[in-house]
Structure formats: structure tokens, C-alpha cells
Write a new protein. Structure first.
Length: 432
């Protein structure tokens, strides 16, 4: 599984870095969100995708117990053909549920592509509503209004400006703080599937939780049937039957508890579907207290969710993109901060020419922290490219870029130069 950004190293020629020196990368390799990618960018998951293991475990283990222990009695008590059909239906239903789980978690939920630069405040000023605490409203400098009004079915809706994605969010869009993306028709971020639930996967999410509820009820009912068959065959009490088939008792208790959870969740989302709301809107706006501009009636709302065409993804994660070397280096520093939050925050904004000098003790701290992250994990999806003869040029160029950050210029003493070189040698060059 690929977790961006694993930033590549800088390529240098004649002690200068240019865009031409950097090969084009795939969009998922320089993705600015917190998503994880798999199969070369064909599958996209949330940053908490590991929770899928727990979800799959909670589904497969009770099914395994049912098919291994409970099914024996069912096959013997019923006609063999009927008993086998009961087991096969359970297995097929489980595969169907797991498939819906991956359709929910492994696809683009409706991510809105980010803008490369913010819109012109003059172009966005018309029809916008500027809040009193917005810096642009204080007469300091022209600024982008925080909200603007749009019409939805004759109702005025305020859409907010997202400073992270540098765009005005479309209606029903919200920014997920976990995935760090703006998602169209954002419902919520589900930790059980490790993905945002939005316009492109909400249908599969509802089918997943509803099928999980039915699977729980299926196992629950036939576990009770299994105990009743044991009681009638051996003419014993319930406790005696439980001692003969403890797996049935465990499954009855487990599926009863889980069915309350996923069944309640299914009922809640069925209500949201019939009223054309999202979980985010229901908790924040409370449409039952005012007019819902998206409500088309129960039938229309259900048809919109289950029968409408799922829009194609707005992102092509496998397309080749050209990357600015300065942006690559900024991503490298950001990745180091993510790996070690204690690393002092130093600004490396080469594009804007911003420099932040640090004191000598801060430089020493940075050196110690960089020595601790020498084992930085490299991206396994990118082929090795840098040869030994380019290593010196890369280090020389990195020295020149780092020199202004630490308040030093060329012509520094050999001792100071050795200090910086020690820092650079402690971090192996990342490969493209």
C-alpha cells in the first residue's frame, strides 16, 4: 500500500536544479491529501485503512464458527441438500458483504480537486458575503471572502471557502480533517471502513451496513434453530443444548449485539435517504426545523440514491504530472516532520523566497533529530535512479539551499560546513 507523500530526492545538474531535471511522477505519488494508495493508484483508501482488518475479522470469524460447528447439526437434522444450501447461502452472503466493504473503502468518495493557487479576490467579490473578522474586511489587504451565496432550488445556500483546497466548496461539500480533502456530498468519515463516505460511495456504504445486518440476523436465526433441533432430538434443556453446541450460544449473543448496532445504523441512514439528508447536515443544520432544499419526496429521494448514475471521479490518480523541485523539497521536509513531530519547524519555502533564521541551539537540535531519522522509509514503487556520480552534486545543491535557512552564506568556516555536511550525510538521498 502506498502512502503519499514519499517525496523523491532532488536531481541536480551543473549545481543547478531545474524542472527539466525532475521526471514526471504519477498524481497519487505527489497527492497532498492523507490518503493511502494501492495497486499503482488504482485503489484509494483513507489514512486509517488498517481498520479494515478489524472489520473483516469481525465479519469472518462468526461466519467461520457458523460454517464449521453449527452447520454440522443443521446438515444432519435437515435433509442434506437443504442443510448444504443453508451453509452455502451464508458463505455467498459473506462474500457479497466483503465485496461491498471494498467498494466502499477502496474508491474515490467524491474528492474535489484542489486549486494550485487561490482565486482572485476581485473575481470572487461579487455576490460574496464578507464576515467582520475576515482579514480582508479590515482594510489591511484584499482577501478572499469566507462565504458566498448560491441558489439551490430557489433557496439561498452559503458555501464556504476552503483555505486548504483553495476553492469554494460546492453545496453539500465539506472538508474531511482526517483525509484532508474536500468531499462532494460529504456524509461522514467512517472509521470501520477507513474512508470518507461521500457522493460516489454512499450507495455502497448503505448496502454494506444493510447486508451486514441481514447476515447477522441470518446467523442469529439459524443458531437458534440449531439449538432447538438439539433440544428436540436429545430431549434436553436449553443449558444442555448449549453445552453440546457452545458455538451456537456464542453466535446468538454476538449477532444479537452487533445487529443492534448495524441495524440501528441502517435504520438511521434509511431515514436520511428518504429525507435526502447527510449525517453531517442532520447533526449540524437540522433540516426538520427549516426547509430542506434537496428534498424531492420519499420516492424521488430513494431514486436519487439507488437509481441515479454515479458520477465519474474528478481525479485521475495515475496521470503523469510535472513536479516543481522546490515543491519536492518542501514535501521532503513535511514528510520528515510527519515522521518526527519533535523536529524543529523550519520554513523551506523556496518559491516565495521566505527564509527563517534559526539560532545555533536550534540548529544543534535539528542536527540531532535528523540523525534519528536516518532510516527514513523509501517508496518501493519508484525505481532506483540516482548514480554514485550524482550524489556529490545533489549534496552540493542541498548545501546551497540550506545555507540561507541557518543564517550562513558561502564562504563559511570549514567547521560550519562540516556541521551541515554531517546533517546531510545522516539522511540517505530519496530516490526517484
Amino acid at each position: 500500500m502506498y502512502a503519499p507523500p514519499h517525496p523523491p530526492g532532488l536531481s541536480n545538474s551543473n549545481s543547478r536544479t531545474s524542472v527539466a531535471d525532475v521526471p514526471s511522477l504519477r498524481a497519487y505519488q505527489v497527492w497532498k491529501g492523507s490518503n493511502r494508495f494501492c495497486c499503482g493508484g488504482r485503489l484509494i483508501f483513507g489514512p486509517d485503512a488498517r481498520s479494515l482488518y478489524m472489520t473483516i475479522f469481525l465479519i469472518l470469524v462468526p461466519v467461520f464458527l457458523f460454517c464449521t460447528f453449527v452447520s454440522r447439526t443443521l446438515i444432519e437434522e435437515f435433509h442434506h441438500r437443504t442443510g448444504n444450501i443453508i451453509v452455502v447461502i451464508c458463505a455467498v452472503f459473506t462474500v457479497y458483504t466483503i465485496a461491498l466493504l471494498f467498494l466502499t473503502s477502496g474508491r474515490d468518495p467524491g474528492i474535489i480537486p484542489r486549486n494550485q493557487q487561490p482565486p482572485d479576490p476581485e473575481d470572487e467579490a461579487e455576490g460574496s458575503v464578507v464576515s467582520s473578522d475576515w482579514p480582508g474586511s479590515l482594510g489591511v489587504a484584499p482577501s478572499i471572502p469566507p462565504t458566498k451565496d448560491v441558489k439551490v432550488n430557489g433557496v439561498t445556500i452559503k458555501v464556504k471557502y476552503c483555505q486548504t483546497c483553495m476553492l469554494y466548496r460546492p453545496p453539500r461539500c465539506s472538508h474531511c480533517s482526517i483525509c484532508n480533502n474536500c468531499v462532494d456530498r460529504f456524509d461522514h468519515h467512517c472509521p470501520w471502513v477507513g474512508q470518507c463516505i461521500g457522493k460516489r460511495n454512499y450507495r455502497f456504504f448503505f448496502m454494506f451496513i444493510s447486508s451486514t445486518t441481514l447476515l447477522c440476523l441470518y446467523v442469529f436465526v439459524f443458531s437458534i434453530v440449531n439449538l432447538s433441533k438439539i433440544m428436540s432430538t436429545h430431549h434436553c434443556s436449553l443449558w444442555k443444548a448449549l453445552s453440546k453446541s457452545p458455538a451456537s450460544g456464542i453466535l446468538i449473543l454476538y449477532t444479537f449485539l452487533v445487529a443492534w448496532f448495524v441495524g440501528g445504523l441502517t435504520g438511521f441512514h434509511l431515514y436520511l435517504i428518504l429525507t435526502n439528508q447527510t449525517t453531517y447536515e442532520n447533526f449540524r443544520y437540522r433540516y426538520d426545523r427549516r426547509m430542506n432544499p434537496y428534498n424531492r419526496g420519499w420516492a424521488g429521494n430513494a431514486l436519487e440514491i439507488f437509481c441515479s448514475r454515479i458520477p465519474p471521479s474528478r481525479n485521475n490518480f495515475r496521470e503523469k504530472v510535472e513536479v516543481d523541485p522546490a515543491e519536492i523539497f518542501n514535501n521532503s521536509v513535511s514528510y520528515m516532520h510527519a515522521m518526527n513531530p519533535e523536529l524543529p519547524k523550519i520554513s523551506f519555502d523556496f518559491g516565495m523566497g521566505k527564509r527563517q533564521a534559526v539560532a545555533a541551539e536550534d540548529f544543534a537540535d535539528a542536527q540531532n533529530q535528523l540523525e534519528g531519522i536516518g532510516g527514513l522509509e523509501r517508496c518501493g514503487t519508484q525505481p532506483p535512479r540516482l548514480a554514485w556520480e550524482t550524489k556529490d552534486n545533489w549534496e552540493m545543491n542541498l548545501d546551497r539551499m540550506l545555507a540561507p535557512e541557518f543564517g550562513v552564506q558561502y564562504g563559511m568556516s570549514p567547521k560550519e560546513l562540516q556541521k551541515i555536511n554531517d546533517v546531510h550525510h545522516s539522511v540517505p538521498p530519496l530516490q526517484i
